[in-house]
Design a binder for this molecule. Structure first.
Ligand code: AMP
Ligand code: MG
Length: 409
C-alpha cells in the first residue's frame, strides 16, 4: 500500500536532507588519500620545529662580539650534519641553509656580506641578534596543537602533517557515491543514437559534479525503464553510502523509480518539491544509505544535485556549514515568473567594481529545464520566490554560486 507524500518547499526539503545525512564515522586515512577531507582529531607537534637552531642562509655562524672582526672559520657545517663543536668568541663556522647552528651561535652572516681573503673572512660591522637564524621551536613547540579536528586537509595541511611525522590521520571519509541513470531512450557515449534515442548526458554531468565535491562516483550504472532492472541496479549499489538516480521519478507510466525504492525496502522521505526546475525530486533512505531520485531533465538534475545532493555530501564529510551559501546581488535584467513554485534560474554573477561584497546577477535565458546549451556560461543559481511575479532589473535577488570550494574541499 503506498501513500502520497506531502509536497514540500525547497527550504523544507533541504532541512530534511541535512537532518537525514550525518557525518560518517572517522577512520584512519593515509595522508594523500585524505586531501579534501575533514580532520577528526587534533594533531600535535611530535618535536620542536625547527628541532634545532636552523641557519636560514648560506654563510657563517658567528657571535655578536665579533662584528667587524677577521676570523678563520673553524669548520663547515652542511644541512643534515649534526652540529659538533661550540662557537666561542673569535671563531666562526661556515654554514649552509638548513644546517643546525653550533651551540653559541648568535647570528648567521650571509656569504655575500663577508669579505673573504686567504682562508679568512671579515664580518660586517653590524650584526643583528639571531639574524638569519630560526631558533629551535620558533615555529611550534613539541606538543602544540598544529591542526584541529574539523580542519580541511589542504595541501598545506598535508605539509604540516608530514612535518610532524604523520603518515595517516583520523579523518571523516568521503561517502561512496553511486550513480544510476534510468531511461529506455538513453545510449552511452561512443554509441550511435537511433532516431528516437538520445545520449546520456546526466551520467557524465553528475559524475563531474560529484568529482568537484571530492567524491568521484565508485560506480555509474544504467537501467532501462524496467522495474526489475532498476531494482537489480540498486542491489548492485548496495554498498554505496549515497545513490543518485536520474529519470523516472515523475508520474508517467514508465516512471518506476519510486516503486523500485519501495521494492528494496527504502523509506521515502519526500517526493515532490515546490520548485522549478526539479519538482519531482525524490529522497529516500535504506538503512544508512541515502537515495536521491533526480528528474531526468538535465537542468533539473543539475539543480537538484547542486542544492540537495551536494549539501548531503558536505554534511557526510563533516562540514559544519553544509547548507548552500546564499548571497544577495542586484538583477541586471527583469525576471518574470508564472507559477506558485520557487524558481531557480541559472545566471552569471559578477562582482561590481565598487564595494567588495557587491554582486550583479544576470539571469540566463534558459529555454526549459531540458536546455543545458543556453546556460553553459552560468556560475550561479538565482532564486525567485513565489508570490512575487515580477522582479525588475536593479532589484535584489538571492543567489548561490556554483562554487567548487563549497563542496568537500
Ligand atoms: P524523465 O525524468 O525520465 O521523465 O525524463 C525527463 C527528460 O529527461 C526526458 O526528455 C529524458 O529523455 C531526459 N533524460 C532522462 N535521463 C537523461 C539522461 N541521463 N541524460 C539526458 N537526458 C535525460
Ligand atoms: Mg524517463
Amino acid at each position: 500500500m503506498t501513500h502520497p507524500l506531502k509536497l514540500i518547499s525547497p527550504d523544507e526539503a533541504l532541512r530534511v536532507v541535512l537532518q537525514t545525512s550525518q557525518p560518517a564515522p572517522p577512520r584512519s586515512v593515509p595522508l594523500l588519500q585524505a586531501v579534501g577531507l575533514r580532520l577528526a582529531e587534533d594533531v600535535r607537534a611530535d618535536r620542536d620545529c625547527p628541532p634545532f637552531d636552523r641557519a636560514m642562509m648560506d654563510g657563517y655562524a658567528v657571535r655578536l662580539a665579533d662584528a667587524g672582526a677577521t676570523l678563520q672559520p673553524a669548520g663547515s657545517i652542511a644541512a643534515g650534519q649534526a652540529a659538533t663543536g661550540r662557537l666561542t668568541p673569535g671563531t666562526c663556522f661556515e654554514i649552509m641553509t638548513g644546517a643546525a647552528c653550533p651551540e653559541g651561535t648568535q647570528a648567521v652572516v650571509p656569504k655575500e656580506l663577508v669579505v673573504r681573503e686567504g682562508g679568512f673572512v671579515t664580518l660586517p660591522r653590524e650584526l643583528g641578534e639571531l639574524q638569519h637564524v630560526a631558533a629551535r621551536g620558533a615555529e611550534c613547540r613539541e606538543g602544540a596543537v598544529v591542526l584541529r579536528a574539523g580542519d580541511v586537509i589542504t595541501p598545506l595541511a598535508v605539509g604540516v602533517l608530514a612535518s610532524v611525522g604523520r603518515q595517516a590521520v583520523l579523518a571523516v571519509p568521503a561517502p561512496r557515491l553511486g550513480i544510476l541513470t534510468t531511461g529506455g531512450e538513453l545510449i552511452a557515449g561512443g554509441q550511435s543514437p537511433g532516431s528516437a534515442q538520445i545520449r546520456d548526458s546526466n551520467g557524465p554531468m553528475l559524475a563531474a559534479m560529484a568529482m568537484r565535491c571530492g567524491t568521484p562516483p565508485v560506480q555509474v550504472l544504467h537501467a532501462g525503464d524496467d522495474l526489475e532492472a532498476i531494482v537489480a541496479a540498486l542491489e548492485a549499489l548496495q554498498d554505496c553510502d549515497l545513490v543518485v538516480l536520474t529519470g523516472g521519478v515523475s508520474a508517467g507510466r514508465y516512471d518506476l523509480v519510486p516503486d523500485s525504492f519501495r521494492r528494496i525496502g527504502a523509506a521515502l522521505l519526500f517526493h515532490k518539491v515546490t520548485q522549478k526546475p526539479g519538482k519531482p525530486l525524490l529522497f529516500a533512505r535504506r538503512d544508512r544509505q541515502l537515495l536521491f531520485g533526480l528528474p531526468g531533465n538535465p537542468l533539473a538534475a543539475h539543480w537538484c544535485f547542486h542544492r540537495y545532493v551536494a549539501a548531503a555530501i558536505r554534511r557526510r564529510c563533516g562540514h559544519a556549514a553544509a547548507a548552500p551559501e546564499r548571497r544577495v546581488g542586484r538583477l541586471t535584467a527583469t525576471v518574470r515568473r508564472s507559477d506558485s513554485r520557487t524558481w531557480f534560474l541559472l545566471g552569471r554573477a559578477e562582482r561590481t567594481g565598487g564595494a567588495e561584497q557587491e554582486w550583479q546577477v544576470q539571469p540566463l535565458p534558459g529555454g526549459s529545464s531540458a536546455d543545458i546549451f543556453s546556460t553553459s556560461q552560468a556560475n550561479c543559481y538565482l532564486e525567485v520566490p513565489p508570490g512575487d511575479p515580477l522582479r525588475a532589473a536593479g532589484q535584489a535577488v538571492a543567489f548561490e554560486l556554483l562554487a567548487l570550494e563549497r563542496c568537500a574541499l
